[in-house]
Design a protein. Structure first.
Length: 268
């Protein structure tokens, strides 16, 4: 059964607006936004989320990380008052903190429902897999505050869906449905609201069947080559392939394939 996750880092003794649970049997850690009804994200919470991802990345018991929320809404965004109180130096760290799911070497799944606005949307965009309930609405509403997205939202969206659609979302503070986000390639899977947890569970179990080293390598390769030329991407892919060829997991995968049995990967 999942249990609360204990951190050695003193900065994480009192988590602000979220909790962490770990299911050792399923090699799964859940980061759960828990400030209902809207799960507003505070400034201190952003720092803590980064530290949590760094801790889970180093935890050998965890293969897959899931980000989810309590209540009807994933998050309506950040604490607006916190922006006026924060120093320029603090504000400059926002994008780095919210990018922690991308830097994490392990697969990160986010389960969205209801409002997924502002930093909630940006945080979701930094994850590897986005599973959305049909109730989900995505938006970057910063234009209504005289601002622009500050944690990677417009930049990540432009890479995913192009400049025309990104301008439509960002410059008009436009809300889009989960179905539209799926059609545009923002969302990995769009499911009925009652199926959100089951769909997330299925993806966790599927990802656990693959070799950990190969999975981490694939994530880093794809992230690192997103902005590269095709020639450089192919070159780096070749180097990664060659490195994985020396792994015990690759040998096990080949032997299991030839023996027509399920592989038993160990992460080396």
């Amino acid at each position: 059964m999942p249990s609360p996750y204990a951190f050695a880092d003193s900065r994480l003794t009192g988590l602000d607006g979220f909790q962490v649970e770990i299911d050792v049997a399923r090699e799964r850690a859940d980061i759960i936004l828990n400030r209902p009804p809207l799960n507003v994200v505070s400034m201190p919470q952003r720092d803590q989320l980064r530290l949590v991802f760094e801790a889970l990345d180093e935890d050998g018991r965890v293969r897959v990380i899931v980000v989810r929320s309590i209540g009807e809404h994933f998050s309506s965004g950040g604490n607006i008052g916190g922006f006026m109180e924060a120093t320029p130096e603090k504000v400059s760290q926002l994008a780095w903190n919210i990018a922690s799911p991308t830097r994490c070497s392990k697969p990160v799944i986010v389960a969205n429902r209801g409002y997924c606005f502002g930093v909630g949307f940006e945080f979701s965009l930094a994850c590897d897999f986005r599973i959305a309930s049909e109730t989900t609405l995505y938006a970057l509403p910063e234009q209504k505050l005289g601002q622009i997205p500050g944690s990677g939202g417009s930049a990540r969206l432009q890479k995913m869906i192009g400049i025309t659609r990104t301008k439509d979302i960002v410059m008009r503070s436009k809300r889009i449905t989960a179905r539209q986000a799926f059609d545009w390639g923002i969302v990995t899977e769009c499911v009925a609201d009652g199926e959100l947890e089951n769909a997330t569970d299925r993806l966790v179990d599927e990802l656990r069947t693959f070799a950990p080293l190969a999975q981490r390598t694939a994530k880093k390769l794809l992230n690192d080559t997103e902005d590269s030329t095709l020639a450089i991407a192919i070159e780096l892919e070749g180097h990664c392939y060659s490195r994985l060829r020396q792994s015990e997991d690759f040998r096990e995968g080949v032997e299991a394939f030839n023996a027509k049995r399920p592989p038993k990967f160990i992460g080396r």
